[in-house]
Design a protein around this ligand. Structure first.
Ligand code: 1CP
Length: 362
């Protein structure tokens, strides 16, 4: 097992000069970098074959399989970064919330939280309760091409609390919002506990060898700007502040701040922190970038459904994004949300190819 500090200087330099990390820093690159959220998953037959043998939770706890799955998209698609295969809900499993993934339904939390007493039943966790993630990072860094950065990640407190309170996925976030308004003290206490854990968890991932981190606040776009400011911003800010503080000695590890439906929140998300902002397709990427400010990098924002269309449409929609980000440094191409399960691998490969061929100057 190696640690980042054990990477030799050549490798550190080639990683630092990768198109992905240069773009995170807003520097010019020889080609436009691209990686895809959920780039390892159900749409790949190799992944399906592994999932026939093990459950998602078992897979996440097997560093050998995690490493194999994480490398798949790098080998198959030629993307510019790998993201460690894990799930944002793993800390809830360690907390004893009774996490399972049910076929056709998604994540289910058996011990959902609706009171202070429910919260008190959750275990206090430490990053080393998820040591299997750190072991997987160390192994993957060893197996990954020397010039491909590895991204670590965590779920943001609001998004994790939404799963804890709803007991699974939701469309309207009704329970979460009522909990936030009616039991604000318990809500704040949960946000505090999760944010304290999260910055330490991300720092452990950095120590284990990732070159960038992404905070997924996937569902925070359901909130008004005022509620974001009051109930979320201080906690996300604490995470970015603390990750930053402890990484300056290693060399700067860029932090990506991602949410969907976030157009109305972008200025506040910037205030919370992050070097790169992940945006979805609900707003034109140049408008979103304008709101964030061009002194920060941007990531996105193709609608994942476009990958179900024919190549002509994929090309047209991709060119729109390339045109809107042309002549500026600091754009990392990505989807606006994860790759959908039935996506054609061929179309994903095509997307990576055209971004590499046309990105930057067309
Ligand atoms: O059976 C399966 O294979 C289940 C599908 C699956 C996968 C492939 C789940 C269940 N999690 C994962 C892995 C995963 N989750 C990754 C892997 C790394 C990569 O990108 O390649 C990542 C980054 C996540 C992050 C994640 N999990 C998010 C944030 C991103 C997003 O989609 O907004 C969220 C919200 C989750 C929760 C979750 N886990 C799994 C599912 C199906 C969901 C979403 C359910 C919902 O809509 O609420």
């Amino acid at each position: 097992m190696i640690n980042l500090s054990e990477l030799d200087n050549n490798q550190k330099t080639s990683l630092a000069n990768s198109a992905f990390l240069k773009s995170c820093r807003g520097e010019s690159t020889d080609h436009k970098p691209i990686w895809l959220m959920r780039q390892a998953g159900r749409y790949q037959k190799e992944f399906q074959n592994i999932r026939k043998k093990v459950s998602l939770l078992e897979l996440c706890k097997r560093p050998d399989l995690v490493s194999e799955v994480t490398l798949l998209p790098v080998q198959q698609l030629n993307v510019d970064a790998a993201i460690i295969f894990a799930d944002i809900l793993l800390p809830l499993d360690a907390m004893g919330a009774g996490l399972s993934y049910v076929e056709g339904k998604g994540p289910v939390i058996e011990n959902a939280v609706s009171s202070l007493a429910d919260m008190a039943n959750l275990k206090t966790i430490e990053p080393n309760d998820l040591n299997y993630v750190m072991d997987a990072i160390k192994l993957t860094r060893q197996n990954l091409k020397a010039d491909i950065p590895l991204i670590g990640f965590a779920g943001a407190p609001f998004t994790l609390v939404s799963y804890l309170v709803e007991g699974g996925s939701t469309r309207d976030f009704k329970k979460t919002k009522l909990f936030m308004y009616k039991q604000s003290d318990v809500f704040h206490a949960l946000m505090e506990t999760i944010s304290e854990f999260t910055w330490r968890y991300l720092n452990e991932q950095i120590n284990a060898g990732v070159q960038a981190i992404q905070l997924f606040d996937s569902w925070v776009g359901c909130l008004s700007p005022s509620d974001y400011k009051q109930f979320v911003l201080p906690y996300s800010k604490k995470i970015f502040d603390n990750v930053k503080k402890s990484t300056t000695s290693i060399s700067h590890i860029p932090a990506i701040h991602f949410a969907t439906s976030s157009y109305g929140l972008l200025e506040l998300m910037r205030e919370a922190g992050g070097d790169v902002f992940g945006v979805d397709w609900r707003a034109p990427i140049d408008n979103a970038w304008q709101k964030i400010g061009h002194d920060r990098a941007i990531q996105g924002n193709l609608d994942p459904h476009v990958l179900f269309a024919d190549k002509k449409m994929i090309l047209e929609k991709t060119k729109e994004i390339l045109r809107a980000t042309k002549d500026k440094h600091g754009h990392i191409f990505n989807l606006g949300h994860g790759v959908l399960p039935a996506t054609s691998v061929d179309n994903v490969k095509y997307l990576v190819e055209i971004v590499h061929d046309l990105g930057g100057n067309k």
